[in-house]
Design a protein around this ligand. Structure first.
Ligand SMILES: [Zn+2]
Ligand SMILES: [Zn+2]
Length: 435
């Protein structure tokens, strides 16, 4: 981190950042008042730069950093070897070139001297003064540039081998769920263009789409059960328009689609990764059935029926001991205990709809339902309070996981081709793009 306090020549330790400008403003403790007085005071949103890290996360981050450090050492050593061998080759090339040009100049000098001092010229065919040909020099030069190109090619080839390692680091395989955020492994948003085999990844850091054609039989729909699982893979099942009873484990690195055993045609519900299994509660058309998929054995197992009856649009937020579940109708949120395999009522004070999503920001819990939203607090999750203000628009039907980056939570409605973000500071919803 190479940030500095916004105050000129200040080298104090940084304490806060402010998101009032497009590029974040950083400040030390001494200058924070000065910044707060600048410009339109209502625009400042000051936040602490550091937060205390708990033991599990600390271990996770240290492990990840050590792995990255290893990769950095390997890359640096490879580049070093390449550069040293380039220097050796270039030095040899320089010496040879100096010698070659010196010889050429000597030859011409000799011809000049013979002409001016001795009034004579060589008449042996191929050695005549009038035969001296600059095109030979061009041939030498072409060869020279070929040799330097080859050095560059070798460096590029060596570095390409390392790109696979960088991907490994991105998908570093300690599957750590952050219970102060959304407790999922999802890095980005994943979906198909509806009615096609085009699989799309929406990168929430760059806000850009990348896509590839899936090597599968059937065109895909919207609103499948989808979530990221370990090793940079995606669990993907079902979809609507068309209704599908197919599922795949998708490898984001190799683009290989591995079919998984059939469950039932389903859409309008979430897939949730937890402890080497993927949980699916209900699904459209409405049902009480709930299941989990064991990733090691590639088998399905039934869970207890959903307590609200036949529903769908079950959004899932994992907590340390249980999941919080919403559904498509009524006023209730439930908890599901994955050890005892049973449900309990959490609250009866929300308003469910088919368009809903649960997510978390530290100790604060959010439940978005159409254009309303409710919040709760880690200390008392039985109390959910409806916000006085409405969202600027309904969130549509969502089956992607919520993915938080900086202070925004991103999610996608695959039925309506819309990527949304929810700003955690202003608690406002906006469309990022339609595709
Ligand atoms: Zn300062
Ligand atoms: Zn500010």
């Amino acid at each position: 981190m190479d940030f500095k306090c916004f105050a000129e020549n200040c080298s104090n330790k940084l304490k806060f950042y402010c998101s009032c400008k497009e590029n974040l403003i950083f400040s030390c403790l001494a200058h924070i008042g000065q910044h707060a007085d600048e410009d339109d005071e209502s625009k400042h949103v000051l936040k602490a730069i550091y937060k205390t890290t708990d033991h599990d996360r600390k271990q996770y981050l240290i492990g990840k950093c050590e792995k990255i450090s290893e990769i950095l050492i390997k890359t640096q050593s490879l580049i070093n070897q390449n550069i040293i061998s380039m220097i050796e080759s270039l030095t040899a090339l320089k010496d040879a070139t100096e010698k070659y040009y010196q010889n050429q100049r000597n030859e011409i000098q000799n011809i000049i001297e013979d002409l001016s001092q001795n009034n004579r010229e060589v008449v042996v065919p191929g050695y005549k003064a009038s035969d001296y040909c600059l095109e030979e020099i061009a041939y030498y030069n072409d060869n020279l540039s070929l040799k330097t190109n080859n050095l560059d090619k070798k460096l590029k080839a060596d570095l390409t081998r390392f790109q696979e390692l960088y991907k490994v680091s991105k998908f570093f395989s300690i599957n750590w769920l952050d219970y102060k955020s959304n407790a999922n492994l999802d890095q980005n948003l994943y979906f198909f263009r509806k009615g096609t085999k085009t699989f799309v990844e929406f990168d929430i850091t760059t806000n850009s789409l990348s896509q590839f054609e899936a090597n599968i039989q059937e065109n895909q729909g919207g609103l499948p059960a989808v979530c990221q699982i370990p090793e940079g893979k995606i669990f993907y099942y079902g979809g609507i328009d068309p209704n599908l009873n197919f599922g795949y484990i998708i490898d984001l690195r190799t683009h290989i689609f591995e079919p998984i055993p059939q469950l039932r045609a389903l859409s309008y519900t979430h897939a949730t990764y937890y402890n080497e299994e993927v949980y699916i509660f209900t699904g459209h058309p409405g049902t009480v059935k709930c299941d989990k998929f064991n990733l090691a054995e590639r088998t399905w197992l039934s869970l207890s029926n959903f307590p609200e009856g036949s529903v769908y649009s079950v959004s899932v937020l994992p907590c340390i001991d249980y999941f919080i579940l919403s559904c498509s109708s009524g006023k209730k949120l439930y908890t599901y205990n994955f050890i005892s395999n049973n449900y309990q009522l959490l609250t009866s004070s929300v308003e469910n709809s088919t368009c809903n999503l649960l997510f978390r920001d530290g100790d604060k819990y959010y439940y978005l339902s159409k254009e309303s939203y409710f919040t709760s607090h880690e200390g008392n999750l039985k109390i959910w309070t409806k916000s006085a203000k409405n969202l600027s628009q309904s969130i549509l039907s969502i089956t992607s996981k919520p993915v938080t980056r900086n202070r925004n939570v991103y999610f996608v409605s695959g039925k309506h081709h819309t990527v949304f973000k929810f700003d955690l500071d202003t608690e406002s919803l906006s469309k990022v793009l339609t595709y």
